[in-house]
Write a protein that binds this ligand. Sequence first.
Ligand SMILES: NC(=O)c1ccc[n+]([C@@H]2O[C@H](COP(=O)([O-])OP(=O)(O)OC[C@H]3O[C@@H](n4cnc5c(N)ncnc54)[C@H](OP(=O)(O)O)[C@@H]3O)[C@@H](O)[C@H]2O)c1
Length: 250
Amino acid sequence: MTTLVTGGTGRLGRPTVDALRAHGHAVRILSRRPGPDHVVADLATGAGLTAALEGVDTVVHLATSRSKDIGQTRMLLDALSGTGAHLVFISIVGVDRVPYAYYRDKVASERAIEDSGVPHTIIRATQFHGFVSEFLDAQRRLPVTLVVPATVQTIHMPEVAERLVELVAAGPQGRAADLGGPELLTLREHAAEWQRAHGIRRPIWTLRLPGAFARAVREGGLTAGLPGAGRVTFREYLVDQLAGRATNGA
Ligand SMILES: NC(=O)c1ccc[n+]([C@@H]2O[C@H](COP(=O)([O-])OP(=O)(O)OC[C@H]3O[C@@H](n4cnc5c(N)ncnc54)[C@H](OP(=O)(O)O)[C@@H]3O)[C@@H](O)[C@H]2O)c1
């Protein structure tokens, strides 16, 4: 049984490849660049894709690009058509509630997969702890920490990777249950945790922005609800990260 991971070189892709291997799967990594166990292909042009899919039973589709996701998903679906391989696709909780171009693209990818006839599983996850921590790290040198009024339910990326492995083993099931982290916290609370973990004390300013996107995230549009399946909290993630046990991305 061979599993191809698109985006296997990315933030979520690396722990997913590790988790698949730990569970005994033969893994091939689709990347635009050569590397160990890589098969070189480009989802934007389709170059190398047919060869990449040869002998593959499952494709875990994690590749993403800010503005071309739907084109890349369609390219992959065309190549998968008739092969019988199972496509596992990662999406984001709230993509149909929060108006944002990247999310509209994700919804379009979900629809294209559902309409394709390709055996599939779609799972939506909430934001990764590392995503919020990167946003706060970027403000490390500012005299204040800026946040917007949003409630999020961040999750530890290795837990998402483990769930993807379960979905590979389970076979096609259409839309799987959403995957959320263990806590609902505002970005202000995340900023306070981040400052505590880094031994930094500075004012946290909450900027109330206008518009439909800001309103949707303020109203919890990105959350999956409690109890979330994730167990590792943002605070525990930060402790691990500072001890060098988790990278920013994981
Ligand atoms: N960030 C979050 O909090 C969050 C939450 C839920 C779901 N997600 C979803 O999780 C997925 C993975 O996100 P990530 O942050 O791990 O992504 P990432 O680190 O930005 O990695 C992007 C990957 O896409 C690949 N890629 C881009 N264009 C490609 C192309 N034309 N052909 C082939 N491969 C291409 C890259 O591979 P090469 O450069 O090696 O070619 C790279 O491995 C995304 O779908 C994202 O929306 C993210």
